[in-house]
Write a protein of this length. Structure first.
Length: 175
Protein backbone atom coordinates (compact mmCIF):
# COMPACT_ATOMS: atom_id res chain seq x y z
CA UNK A 1 0.00 0.00 0.00
CA UNK A 2 1.65 3.26 -1.03
CA UNK A 3 2.14 5.80 1.72
CA UNK A 4 1.79 8.77 -0.63
CA UNK A 5 -1.86 9.24 0.23
CA UNK A 6 -3.16 10.64 3.48
CA UNK A 7 -4.82 7.31 4.17
CA UNK A 8 -1.58 5.37 3.62
CA UNK A 9 0.43 7.71 5.83
CA UNK A 10 -2.19 7.56 8.58
CA UNK A 11 -2.20 3.74 8.49
CA UNK A 12 1.62 3.63 8.59
CA UNK A 13 1.72 6.02 11.55
CA UNK A 14 -0.92 4.13 13.54
CA UNK A 15 0.87 0.82 12.88
CA UNK A 16 4.14 2.41 14.05
CA UNK A 17 2.36 3.59 17.20
CA UNK A 18 1.11 0.03 17.76
CA UNK A 19 4.66 -1.34 17.44
CA UNK A 20 6.01 1.29 19.85
CA UNK A 21 3.27 0.55 22.38
CA UNK A 22 4.07 -3.17 22.25
CA UNK A 23 7.78 -2.46 22.76
CA UNK A 24 7.02 -0.25 25.76
CA UNK A 25 4.68 -2.90 27.15
CA UNK A 26 7.41 -5.52 26.72
CA UNK A 27 9.94 -3.28 28.47
CA UNK A 28 7.60 -2.96 31.45
CA UNK A 29 6.23 -6.51 31.47
CA UNK A 30 9.53 -8.37 31.08
CA UNK A 31 11.00 -7.41 34.49
CA UNK A 32 7.66 -8.09 36.18
CA UNK A 33 7.36 -11.51 34.54
CA UNK A 34 10.98 -12.27 35.38
CA UNK A 35 10.36 -11.40 39.04
CA UNK A 36 7.27 -13.61 39.03
CA UNK A 37 9.20 -16.53 37.52
CA UNK A 38 11.95 -16.04 40.11
CA UNK A 39 9.37 -16.10 42.92
CA UNK A 40 7.87 -19.28 41.45
CA UNK A 41 11.31 -20.90 41.49
CA UNK A 42 11.97 -19.81 45.06
CA UNK A 43 8.59 -21.17 46.18
CA UNK A 44 9.18 -24.51 44.43
CA UNK A 45 12.65 -24.75 45.96
CA UNK A 46 11.24 -24.05 49.44
CA UNK A 47 8.59 -26.74 48.98
CA UNK A 48 11.22 -29.20 47.80
CA UNK A 49 13.35 -28.49 50.87
CA UNK A 50 10.35 -28.85 53.18
CA UNK A 51 9.49 -32.26 51.73
CA UNK A 52 13.10 -33.35 51.95
CA UNK A 53 13.29 -32.19 55.59
CA UNK A 54 10.24 -34.29 56.40
CA UNK A 55 11.76 -37.31 54.69
CA UNK A 56 15.24 -37.00 56.16
CA UNK A 57 14.24 -35.60 59.52
CA UNK A 58 16.50 -36.04 62.50
CA UNK A 59 17.82 -39.35 61.17
CA UNK A 60 20.45 -37.49 59.15
CA UNK A 61 22.60 -37.19 62.27
CA UNK A 62 23.79 -40.75 61.87
CA UNK A 63 24.53 -42.04 58.38
CA UNK A 64 21.68 -44.30 57.37
CA UNK A 65 21.57 -46.32 54.12
CA UNK A 66 17.96 -45.28 53.42
CA UNK A 67 18.70 -41.57 53.67
CA UNK A 68 21.91 -41.97 51.67
CA UNK A 69 19.96 -43.80 48.97
CA UNK A 70 17.31 -41.05 48.92
CA UNK A 71 19.90 -38.31 48.52
CA UNK A 72 21.71 -40.31 45.83
CA UNK A 73 18.43 -40.75 43.90
CA UNK A 74 17.71 -37.02 44.15
CA UNK A 75 21.20 -36.23 42.88
CA UNK A 76 20.78 -38.74 40.04
CA UNK A 77 17.50 -36.96 39.14
CA UNK A 78 19.37 -33.65 38.85
CA UNK A 79 18.49 -32.23 42.27
CA UNK A 80 21.59 -30.88 43.95
CA UNK A 81 21.52 -31.61 47.66
CA UNK A 82 24.42 -30.77 49.95
CA UNK A 83 24.30 -32.57 53.29
CA UNK A 84 25.78 -30.77 56.29
CA UNK A 85 27.04 -33.10 59.02
CA UNK A 86 29.04 -31.87 61.97
CA UNK A 87 29.08 -28.42 60.41
CA UNK A 88 30.80 -29.69 57.25
CA UNK A 89 29.30 -30.07 53.74
CA UNK A 90 29.51 -33.47 52.09
CA UNK A 91 30.57 -31.88 48.78
CA UNK A 92 32.42 -28.71 47.82
CA UNK A 93 31.05 -25.64 46.10
CA UNK A 94 28.70 -24.15 48.67
CA UNK A 95 29.73 -20.83 50.25
CA UNK A 96 30.97 -21.27 53.81
CA UNK A 97 28.49 -18.64 55.03
CA UNK A 98 25.56 -20.82 53.92
CA UNK A 99 27.09 -23.94 55.49
CA UNK A 100 27.74 -22.17 58.79
CA UNK A 101 24.20 -20.75 58.89
CA UNK A 102 22.69 -24.21 58.46
CA UNK A 103 25.16 -25.73 60.92
CA UNK A 104 24.36 -23.13 63.58
CA UNK A 105 20.61 -23.69 63.29
CA UNK A 106 19.71 -20.78 61.00
CA UNK A 107 17.72 -21.84 57.91
CA UNK A 108 18.49 -20.29 54.52
CA UNK A 109 15.56 -19.17 52.36
CA UNK A 110 15.86 -18.55 48.63
CA UNK A 111 19.29 -16.95 48.82
CA UNK A 112 21.28 -16.24 45.66
CA UNK A 113 24.82 -17.60 45.87
CA UNK A 114 27.66 -18.84 43.72
CA UNK A 115 27.74 -22.64 43.78
CA UNK A 116 30.77 -24.11 42.02
CA UNK A 117 31.29 -20.71 40.41
CA UNK A 118 27.77 -20.53 38.98
CA UNK A 119 24.76 -18.49 40.11
CA UNK A 120 22.24 -20.52 42.08
CA UNK A 121 19.35 -20.26 44.50
CA UNK A 122 19.72 -22.19 47.75
CA UNK A 123 17.27 -23.31 50.38
CA UNK A 124 18.78 -24.72 53.56
CA UNK A 125 17.16 -26.54 56.44
CA UNK A 126 18.70 -27.22 59.79
CA UNK A 127 18.13 -30.42 61.70
CA UNK A 128 19.99 -29.44 64.89
CA UNK A 129 23.42 -30.23 66.32
CA UNK A 130 25.30 -28.92 63.28
CA UNK A 131 23.26 -31.08 60.91
CA UNK A 132 21.14 -30.10 57.94
CA UNK A 133 21.06 -29.88 54.20
CA UNK A 134 20.94 -27.35 51.40
CA UNK A 135 19.01 -27.77 48.15
CA UNK A 136 20.67 -25.95 45.26
CA UNK A 137 18.89 -24.74 42.13
CA UNK A 138 21.27 -23.51 39.43
CA UNK A 139 20.09 -20.30 37.76
CA UNK A 140 20.34 -20.61 34.02
CA UNK A 141 20.02 -17.97 31.37
CA UNK A 142 16.95 -19.94 30.33
CA UNK A 143 14.99 -17.80 32.77
CA UNK A 144 14.83 -15.10 30.10
CA UNK A 145 13.57 -17.62 27.54
CA UNK A 146 10.99 -18.84 30.06
CA UNK A 147 9.78 -15.28 30.58
CA UNK A 148 9.52 -14.63 26.82
CA UNK A 149 7.47 -17.83 26.49
CA UNK A 150 5.07 -16.36 29.03
CA UNK A 151 4.82 -13.01 27.24
CA UNK A 152 5.06 -13.53 23.49
CA UNK A 153 1.42 -14.38 22.85
CA UNK A 154 0.13 -11.37 24.80
CA UNK A 155 2.56 -9.05 23.03
CA UNK A 156 1.66 -10.45 19.61
CA UNK A 157 -2.06 -10.11 20.35
CA UNK A 158 -1.50 -6.49 21.41
CA UNK A 159 0.47 -5.76 18.27
CA UNK A 160 -2.14 -7.29 15.96
CA UNK A 161 -5.03 -5.60 17.77
CA UNK A 162 -3.25 -2.24 17.75
CA UNK A 163 -2.31 -2.49 14.08
CA UNK A 164 -5.81 -3.56 12.99
CA UNK A 165 -7.54 -0.94 15.14
CA UNK A 166 -5.10 1.72 14.00
CA UNK A 167 -5.53 0.85 10.34
CA UNK A 168 -9.32 0.90 10.63
CA UNK A 169 -9.29 4.19 12.51
CA UNK A 170 -6.83 5.75 10.07
CA UNK A 171 -8.91 4.64 7.07
CA UNK A 172 -12.03 6.09 8.61
CA UNK A 173 -10.37 9.40 9.50
CA UNK A 174 -8.69 9.79 6.11
CA UNK A 175 -12.00 9.65 4.20
Amino acid sequence: MPTRTLRGRAIAITCAVAVISVLVTAAVAFPLAQRSADQDRRRALAEEATVLAAMLGPRLRTPNPDEERLVRRLRDAGVTVVLVRGGQPDQPGLPSAVVSRVATGDPVHGQRVLFDGRAALVEGRTLGNGEGFVVVLPLRTALSAEVWRRLWLALLAGLVAGAVAGALLASRLAR
